[in-house]
Design a binder for this molecule. Structure first.
Ligand SMILES: *[C@@H]1O[C@H](CO)[C@@H](O)[C@H](O)[C@H]1NC(C)=O
Ligand SMILES: *[C@@H]1O[C@H](CO)[C@@H](O)[C@H](O)[C@H]1NC(C)=O
Ligand SMILES: *[C@@H]1O[C@H](CO)[C@@H](O)[C@H](O)[C@H]1NC(C)=O
Ligand SMILES: *[C@@H]1O[C@H](CO)[C@@H](O)[C@H](O)[C@H]1NC(C)=O
Ligand SMILES: *[C@@H]1O[C@H](CO)[C@@H](O)[C@H](O)[C@H]1NC(C)=O
Ligand SMILES: *[C@@H]1O[C@H](CO)[C@@H](O)[C@H](O)[C@H]1NC(C)=O
Length: 822
């Protein structure tokens, strides 16, 4: 028996082993049935004879036609009267485009117009009972190949034929299809795209001409949108291809769509009608019973300034992007390509309707755009993209493949084995990284849950006075009026999205800041509640304390401790205040980092600030930093979903690009924003400055450019020139750089950031004789022993000390009760 098996392996699979050793191709282009190579554009489709080694079939029937299609690839075909298989060795696992070319013609006794067959790319069924109609057609799929071979099977129905004119298998960049998207109706996150096969239904260039495969890095063709438009008068075509500028990091790349796609759009036809209140709508015919991946491509080539364009995006009746604001999503750039993925529920009709429309007729000029759209059918739970499949892998086929590799590896292909092992290690690490990013579970905070605790002895006699007792102190409106001299306009110390901030003095002489919300905004009320709730639970010396609130007469008033020195931002630029020293700046960054670290870790579930910026870092009379403005804070997606809108919030220039793309909120979004603050502190300039030359507009990009060149000192605040020790600057720059990593998983935690900033401070204050290179290696994530020593020497900056202080801060708060709520 054993002997028999070995014989079986050697005789049957040695050829396969040789094949595997030789194989290194990532792409296969085959002109089936063709006697010679065929050049299309700059690509060569191989003559059929070069591909026959991949093919297992009982019969070689090569057909040709004199019907001139003007398309070379369709002139010949391979005809199958029984099941046939292409086994294509895959050297690099990942997603591949499969393009199948069909043109049914009559060749001798074979009438291809009557062909009916099933095509599968194991384990996916691509086509079932398929009969190609009249004209040349190309079917495009993409599948994630996770084994060593891609096996494409053609199985004719009984007494029928199968055929293929050409075959294209092309590796897709890993980033093209990411794992998650926004799920529509009910809204939520969809995970698991990488394991789905996709079939292209439509790929459209809105408001522009056909973009041929020659102008697309992945040989895709984009068709004009006219034939899909429901009402041709609803939208106008706009073109400005020269304006398109891809962002250096994140967002969309040329692989996502080429400039001719992003540089044209269909814009709501509101020119003659400033009160236009209609959508631009496109209809697409689809197969019912499947989910679809709908990818929207945007690039704001219509606005003349930031924040002019707000619009809604719909798939059928579901809203995908409410009040979509492209300038915020792109981090403050016009004409910057970006795309957005959404997944539909299983479609019950044979139509998908896509609309874009104005947000609010009364507030903004009605405008809406769409530059490009892709609709891709997703394989169902049976791995099918069509009806049921008939071809199943025989168990023998898969064992053959394994054996082939083993023989290949021992037969001199050791390098192949090494490669496989490396690949495996790489893949495992990557997967691990990804799951780390997703493994957080969240619980929502609830306004009715929780204990009543007091707000701290400093401001009260320690009793709870409010009806909504866990929300802190309710202060009578009359007292607020008195404290602010009846909302004296000359007492205004700040104006924000929420409303005005007044300084004030309470009856007992306590100086306070009084934030009075604009009562008309509903969203404001949600944020008002959030902030009370957050601030009531979080007491920390580096978080601004809430003293009380007032909700009488529909007022939304929050009363905070007064921060004598205002915002960090005002000390950096624009207000003429004296420049801060490097040590002061580091102390402030360290303080703010502590506050955020506490938000992320101090409660049972991480709390994400969502609007970290220099204007939300306040300074007390001793320039001690406190993080303020919790209006946007979230504990996670659950809370998010109870809100009407899941629109991306935050501030320009600080917004984590990954948050927009993946709609996944993690602490790492705060880390990103904090990284921007670090550069702001170093360079003392606004994070977005549209008056500067284009490459300087966005501070994060600009600073990263110099940091990567190792010349950060070129762009620092002139007031700091010569006053920062090179090692301290280097540590600081590295820390900021890591915060700005494209992917959240690659960013340090706030705790790591804190350690590194403390270390940068040590480097500034201590003379360190040895090589700074050694020392600064691997600081993120792993603390060299030298640092621990520093920390022991200077307890005042240690984290442990901080925790103790935090407990002090809670004087008057019953710790046991606080913990009971968790
Ligand atoms: C066809 O292309 C292959 C691969 O590029 C090449 O090796 C072969 O010589 C070409 N054959 C002809 C007839 O040009
Ligand atoms: C098909 O190919 C054969 C052999 O190359 C050729 O003789 C014949 O003319 C071709 N037929 C058509 C219809 O093009
Ligand atoms: C395919 O066609 C050949 C003749 O060209 C015939 O010998 C063979 O039996 C056919 N196979 C099937 C499965 O019909
Ligand atoms: C392919 O699937 C594997 C396993 O599900 C996954 O780890 C990998 O990231 C996927 N690759 C792509 C390019 O989608
Ligand atoms: C497509 O590319 C060709 C050259 O490869 C160029 O001449 C043409 O203008 C491009 N078309 C568009 C729409 O950019
Ligand atoms: C736009 O389309 C959506 C979805 O079909 C619909 O709910 C909305 O009312 C439309 N807006 C206008 C202004 O017609």
């Amino acid at each position: 028996m054993v002997h028999g098996d070995c014989f079986f392996m050697l005789v049957l699979f040695l050829p396969l082993a040789c094949l595997l050793e030789e194989a290194s191709a990532e792409n296969y282009l085959i002109d089936c049935g063709s006697p010679g190579n065929t050049t299309v554009g700059n690509r060569v489709f191989l003559a059929d004879s070069y591909a026959s080694k991949y093919l297992s079939t009982s019969q070689n029937i090569l057909g040709n036609t004199s019907v001139n299609t003007n398309l070379q690839l369709y002139q010949t075909a391979r005809i199958f009267n029984g099941t046939a298989k292409y086994t294509l060795p895959i050297s690099q696992k990942g997603r591949y485009f499969l393009r199948l070319y069909f043109f049914p013609f009559v060749y001798r006794a074979y009438n291809l117009r009557t062909a009916s067959f099933t095509v599968s790319a194991l384990p996916y069924v691509l086509l079932s009972g398929f009969t190609p109609q009249g004209s040349p057609t190309m079917k495009e799929y993409s599948v994630n190949v996770t084994s060593k071979n891609l096996v494409i099977t053609f199985a004719p129905a009984q007494n029928s034929l199968a055929f293929l004119n050409a075959l294209e298998v092309v590796l897709v960049p890993d980033m093209l299809i990411q794992d998650d998207a926004k799920l529509i109706n009910p809204s939520g996150n969809f995970n698991g795209l990488t394991s789905r096969a996709l079939g292209t239904v439509a790929r459209v260039n809105m408001g522009g001409p056909t973009v041929s495969y020659e102008n697309d890095t992945l040989w895709r063709t984009w068709v004009p949108d006219d034939s899909y438009l429901e009402n041709k008068n609803s939208g106008v075509a706009v073109q400005n291809i020269a304006a398109v500028r891809y962002a250096k990091s994140s967002l969309a790349t040329r692989d996502d769509a080429p400039p001719p796609v992003y540089g044209t759009c269909r814009r709501l036809n509101s020119e003659d009608n400033p009160s236009a209140n209609f959508n631009v709508t496109w209809d697409f015919t689809v197969d019912p019973g499947f989910q679809y991946l709908v990818r929207f491509h945007f690039c704001d080539i219509v606005s003349t300034a930031l924040n002019q364009l707000y619009f809604n995006v719909f798939v059928d009746s579901g809203i995908v992007l409410p009040a979509c604001d492209l300038s915020t999503m792109t981090g403050g750039f016009l004409a910057t390509p970006i795309y957005f993925d959404s997944v539909t529920p299983s479609i019950s009709s044979n139509k998908i309707r896509i609309s874009v429309g104005p947000v609010d007729v009364n507030q903004n000029y009605p405008l809406a755009i769409l530059n490009g759209l892709e609709i891709m059918k997703m394989s169902d739970s049976k791995n099918s993209l069509d009806g049921p499949g008939v071809v199943l892998p025989s168990s023998k086929t898969s064992s053959k493949t394994e054996v082939g590799v083993l023989i290949g590896a021992t037969g001199g292909g050791v390098s192949l084995l090494v490669l496989a092992v490396l690949l495996l290690i790489f893949c495992t690490r990557r997967r691990k990284k990804l799951t780390q990013g997703h493994s957080k579970t969240w619980i929502p905070l609830s306004l009715t849950r929780g204990t009543s605790h007091t707000m701290g002895s400093k401001y009260s006699n320690g009793t709870v006075t409010s009806v909504a007792s866990n929300l802190g102190y309710r202060i009578p409106f009359a007292a607020v009026q008195e404290a602010t001299n009846y909302f004296d306009e000359s007492w205004v110390i700040g104006i924000g999205g929420f409303g005005k901030v007044y300084k004030g003095v309470l009856g007992d002489g306590t100086k306070v800041a009084v934030k009075r919300g604009n009562p008309r905004s509903q969203q404001g009320f949600a944020e008002f509640r959030t902030e009370i709730e957050m601030l009531s639970q979080f007491r920390h010396r580096h978080l601004v304390s809430l003293i009380g609130y007032c909700d009488e007469n529909n007022e939304m008033i929050l009363i905070y401790e007064y921060m004598e020195n205002g915002t960090l931002k005002s000390h950096l630029y624009g207000s003429g205040l004296p420049s801060l020293s490097w040590k002061q700046r580091l102390d402030i960054c360290i303080g703010a980092a502590r506050g955020l670290h506490y938000l992320h870790t101090g409660y049972a579930k991480p709390v994400i600030h969502r609007d970290v910026k220099s204007a939300n870092i306040l300074l007390d009379e001793n320039l001690m930093a406190k993080v303020a403005d919790f209006g946007l804070s979230k504990t996670g997606p659950e809370l998010d979903q109870t809100h009407v809108s899941t629109a991306v919030k935050g501030s320009f220039g600080y917004l984590d690009p990954e948050y927009f793309r993946r709609q996944q909120l993690t602490e790492k979004s705060d880390v990103y924003s904090f990284g921007v603050v670090l550069f702001e502190v170093l360079c003392a300039r606004p994070v977005i400055d549209p008056t500067l030359p284009r490459d300087m507009v966005n501070l994060a990009e600009w600073a990263m450019k110099w940091q990567k060149k190792g010349q950060l000192e070129q762009i620092i605040d002139p007031n700091l020139q010569g006053n920062i020790k090179p090692q301290s600057l280097r540590k600081f720059g590295e820390t900021a750089e890591k915060c700005l990593a494209d992917f959240g998983v690659d960013r340090p935690s706030m705790g790591d950031v804190l350690w590194n900033l403390e270390y940068a401070l040590q480097l500034q204050e201590t003379t360190i004789p040895d090589d700074p290179d050694e020392r600064s290696a691997n600081m993120i994530g792993d603390i060299p022993s030298q640092v621990s020593n520093f920390r022991a020497n200077d307890a005042s900056v240690s984290l442990i000390q901080d925790e103790t202080t935090h407990v002090d801060d809670l004087s008057g708060v019953s710790m046991s009760k606080t913990w009971e709520t968790m």
